[in-house]
Design a protein. Sequence first.
Length: 187
Amino acid sequence: MAVNLQKGQKVNLSSMSNRVSGVIIGLGWDSAQAGSASVDCDASAILCGMDGKAKDVIYFGKMRSENEAVVYTGDSQTGEGNGDNERIYVNFTKLPANIGKIVIAANIYDAKAKRQHFGMINNAFVRVVNWKTSQEICRFNLTDNYSGMTGIIAAEIFRSASGWDFAPDGRAVQEASRLHSIVKLFE
């Protein structure tokens, strides 16, 4: 049974009940205003070293890490449909030893030019699914007031003494019309 997480909580993905070799990180959202221009949210994974500094970024422009430990499956430009709008696969067995965490982020592509922000979407979430069993492990609903914000650091997956942990974040980034604005936070 999936756990609904709150900020400050975490789930150990390497525990006996969750023991997984890989996960699917699903992100989803709905447009808040029927009939308005669709909001193009883009998911990304920022691979950071043990020092927390960005080493690689996986997103619609670079869909696979060098060894395919992290794979982005495609860009939904509308957010239409039920369930995950975008997915990122993480294979823990292929992650290099120098990767200490993976930051899961989302930004609205070209938000400034389109005058869009996360206050224009509803039902945003990030979830973790065991890729072998398709069982949802946990979910974090992004329910804060994100009006005026164009980027979100949704969650982090990080190495711990007992393996890999998932922790929701939900931090907003005011100007993230381009992904590099979020990546700069980890340089």
